[in-house]
Ligand binder design. Structure first.
Ligand code: PXG
Length: 285
């Protein structure tokens, strides 16, 4: 069935949902986006996603042509129009139509685009078996160049790392920062478990401030599980009891092998499974 897409200020049919070749989001990757889940008919952590979107836009000097309240209604209308109960929402704000030069302030008619569809993102066996990952040679963007906290439409840094993982036959690529510390994966945040304590790099190490990461930290703390945000090295990951990744697409997923080293028992660990179950309950509550 053809989807209804939110484009600008209302819903249009999928085949009518088109933007200009002069939109700077195409010409320069100049824009911001969010990936959001719908669980049991409820948009998961919508407020947090919209706040992050508006924050990213603010930092790149992009004025979003609607309020958070209006965007909330637009997201709900798009999800409703497509009868999405368990699925995915892609929310995009483009810089708009400009000339062939860089100047973003000449751009007009920046577009809000919302795509909402019933999709299953990962097969169940991925979660049962766990992922193999590799260390990417491509480092994460330097925070003083393009802060990884901005969820911009320019994803080439992540795509270069993703290509490395595909070439290696792995499911994800771990990215390091300019100092050699763990930053994040190409599309997920990174956690390890050691001695019953959960560790993750601080956002300042060069990662997106993941919404799933925030939820997992909150749920772990509620359960009395220790969570420590500190710089982590490749050695720390290799020698962890458990490794797992978090993200809107991946949710909470165990890592069982990294750069040819078996992690922990070689199966998704107990803490990983516990946090995944807690996440699932929170998502469907
Ligand atoms: N780091 C990066 C670079 C991401 O792109 C995350 C961490 C996790 O953040 P959230 O807020 O989602 O917990 C992301 C998000 C996909 C896909 O299709 C990837 C993301 C979001 C939606 C879909 O792989 N990455």
């Amino acid at each position: 069935m053809a989807l209804k897409i939110w484009l600008g200020d209302g819903l249009v049919d999928e085949h009518e949902a088109k933007i200009s070749v002069f939109d700077h989001s195409l010409l320069y990757g100049d824009g911001v986006f969010e990936g959001i889940r719908v669980y049991s008919g409820k948009v998961f952590e919508l407020k947090a996603h919209l706040e992050r979107l508006f924050e990213s836009a603010h930092v790149i000097r992009l004025t979003i042509p609607m309020s958070i309240e209006q965007m909330t209604q637009a997201v709900l209308a798009t999800t409703e129009a497509n009868s999405v109960r368990d699925g995915y929402i892609r929310l995009i704000v483009t810089r708009g139509i400009g000339d062939l030069g860089l100047n973003p302030f000449l751009c007009k008619d920046g577009k809000v685009i919302i795509i909402s569809d019933n999709v299953k993102l990962y097969p169940e066996e991925f979660y049962e078996k766990g992922l193999k990952v590799i260390s990417a040679a491509t480092i994460r963007n330097h925070p003083m160049a393009l802060p990884p906290q901005i969820k911009s439409l320019n994803y080439l840094n992540n795509i270069l790392a993703k290509i490395e993982s595909i070439d290696a036959g792995a499911g994800e690529a771990i990215m390091y920062n300019h100092l050699g510390f763990v930053a994040e994966a190409s599309g997920d945040n990174v956690f390890l478990v050691k001695g019953g304590v959960v560790y993750t790099p601080p956002v300042q190490a060069g990662s997106l401030d993941g919404i799933t990461r925030r939820v997992v930290i909150r749920l772990a703390k509620q359960e009395g599980i220790g969570v420590v945000e500190k710089d982590l090295t490749r050695f720390d990951l290799y020698s962890a009891d458990e490794l797992f990744l978090t993200g809107t697409a991946a949710e909470v997923i165990g890592v069982i092998e990294m750069d040819g080293r078996v992690i922990g028992t070689g199966k998704p660990g107990e803490m990983t499974k516990r946090l995944r179950t807690l996440f699932f309950k929170a998502a469907h509550s």
